[in-house]
Design a protein. Structure first.
Length: 214
């Protein structure tokens, strides 16, 4: 591919948009910073000293945002990443025993955020099941680790994962929202589920979602 064609391909995929340019200019790593910034502006999620558990942290856009807001951040990912000062980071599988022991030592948390996404196989049924499994995992962790009154943010993909999020969040949180930050690419099915004010264990299915873009 020629250099000109490569640049055109990059722009077509959103690499040349304002969010990507701002992220590159400010050394933020990716546009992910702006997604969480937008969600935080709308839902008032992050505040100084709030204890936050971050799932799927690499490459670190959300971690940098949380640290800049002076939250008390505990981040986890299987991949190595550069960690901001005062952030506790564990490089391991979120579903594994090492993570379970580490997170339980530091619980409870006031906020859990998950930007985890499945490895895409191209087989729709398999990919949807993998996305649903990550939603379930986030809720299992919220049930065990999130303090009363705490909040949860989970990356979703249109379809069954959104429905599953509503079913589980509606049972245990006072407010359930689905949002697509402006920094998310318009062609992407990515959106975020936001559950506010945990009030009881997340066991009963109940859903009425309010959707909308920011």
């Amino acid at each position: 591919m020629s250099r000109r064609a490569s640049r055109a391909h990059w722009r077509a995929r959103g690499g040349g948009d304002s969010y990507s340019r701002q992220a590159a200019a400010r050394g933020l790593g990716s546009r992910a910073w702006f997604k969480l910034e937008s969600l935080d502006a709308r839902f008032k999620l992050v505040r100084p000293g709030r204890k936050v558990l971050e799932l799927g942290a690499a490459p670190g856009g959300w971690t940098r945002y949380l640290a800049a807001k002076k939250a008390h951040v505990f981040a986890c990912d299987q991949r190595h990443m550069e960690v901001p000062a005062k952030v506790a980071f564990l490089q391991t599988d979120v579903g594994g025993e090492a993570f379970r022991d580490w997170s339980m030592r530091h619980a409870p948390f006031g906020l859990i955020v998950s930007d985890m996404a499945p490895d895409i196989s191209g087989i729709d049924v398999r990919d949807m099941a993998a996305a649903e499994a990550l939603v379930d995992l986030a809720f299992d962790l919220a049930d065990a680790l999130l303090d009363a009154g705490g909040d949860l943010v989970v990356k979703l993909f249109q379809g069954d994962p959104v429905t599953l999020f509503g079913q589980r969040a509606g049972a245990g949180f006072s407010t359930v929202k689905i949002a697509k930050p402006r920094a998310s690419r318009s062609e992407s099915s990515e959106m975020y589920g936001v559950a506010l004010n945990k009030r009881k264990p997340l066991t009963e299915p109940l859903v009425r979602l309010e959707t909308g873009s920011q």
